[in-house]
Design a protein around this ligand. Structure first.
Ligand code: NCD
Length: 317
């Protein structure tokens, strides 16, 4: 049987996203029942870029399933430093591990890796392009917070140009009916044109705005993001734009009382600490959902049945 990879969410159907997010919710409620389902399996985390949450939540997910982990978080400590190509590294590691989670600064790198891997490859972020497992995390959080993926007015604010979590989330939410997007950024940090083309082709309504305060009252969800310093070509541009959005408790007063605030984290200064105690601050719950969703993704891609139902998550495996 050929491996199924998760490079872009379009590698799964929207029904499968729903099945995986539903499984993550079941895992959250019955964590101990899933221990041992991955006994004898190995996850490799190949992280060519810094990460706290994504890497550690993948590792935690595999450990909580009873599996083991290998990998690197600094390619300078691997044969990459000797000049080994991505292709060779993946060929080698896919002979060691049962599944690979990979983060890389170059857009398309995870897809390239999947071409040479004998085991499923999960894109844990490829440059400023995509971050599908963060989006599944966001979907679990939306499911808990709003109970639906449809009919929502979704505000996304910050670095919409370089934020890969933004691109994956927009692409996912455009699949569900009657969602509307308010894209809040400075003109320099607007979403790339391929994302706008995607929205237009999907028949989704969207507007671009630069004022968070004015946009706030109409939103059902607000997704904040940091300015992605590492994607800027020069420091001057970053310094000019850093701090351009700052959500504080005063600004949040303008939002509907049921509008959750999501953020993939890390935050820098775009959400002030006084927001943390507001019941609408959903970002720390969101980060914990990252473990349950990654447990569900590992089970799904390895074709391991859900111990509670005896069913595999992805029919084709
Ligand atoms: C995001 C990422 O790496 O793209 N972080 C994460 O995975 N939770 C967001 C970011 O770095 O701003």
């Amino acid at each position: 049987m050929q491996s199924r990879h998760l490079i872009d969410l379009s590698d799964l159907t929207p029904d499968e996203w729903e099945d995986i997010t539903a499984l993550a919710c079941d895992i959250r409620g019955h964590l101990d029942d899933y221990y041992g389902t991955c006994r004898g399996r190995i996850l490799a985390t190949l992280f060519y870029e810094p990460s706290t949450r994504t890497q550690m939540s993948f590792q935690t997910a595999m450990l909580r399933l009873g599996g083991r982990i290998i990998g690197f978080d600094n390619p300078a400590n691997s044969s990459v430093a000797k000049g080994e190509t991505l292709k060779d590294t993946v060929r080698v590691v896919s002979g060691y591990a049962d599944i690979i989670a990979m983060r890389h600064p170059v857009a398309g790198a995870a897809f390239a890796a999947s071409l040479y891997s004998r085991v499923p490859v999960i894109n844990a972020g490829d440059g400023g392009h995509l971050h599908p497992t963060q989006t599944l995390t966001d979907l679990v959080t939306l499911r808990n917070e709003k109970g639906t993926f449809s009919g929502l007015c979704i505000g996304l604010c910050g670095d919409l140009k370089n934020g890969r979590t933004v691109h994956s989330l927009i692409k996912a939410m455009a699949h569900f009916p009657d969602n509307r997007f308010v894209l809040i950024s400075t003109p320099d940090l607007g979403v790339p044109s391929y994302i706008k083309d995607f929205l237009s082709a999907a028949g989704c309504r969207y507007e671009e705005a630069d004022n968070l305060m004015e946009a706030m009252p109409q939103l059902d969800v607000l997704y904040m993001t940091r300015i992605q310093q590492e994607r800027f070509f020069n420091e001057e541009d970053y310094l000019r734009l850093k701090g351009c959005y700052a959500l504080d408790e005063k600004l949040l007063q303008l939002a509907p009382p049921t509008m959750p605030v999501l953020h993939p984290l890390p935050r820098i200064d775009e959400i002030k600490p006084d927001v943390d105690n507001d019941p609408r601050a959903a970002y720390f719950d969101q980060v914990h959902n990252g473990v349950y969703i990654r447990m569900a993704i590992i089970l799904a891609l390895l074709g391991i049945p859900d111990p509670l139902t005896g069913k595999k998550v992805l029919e084709s495996l």
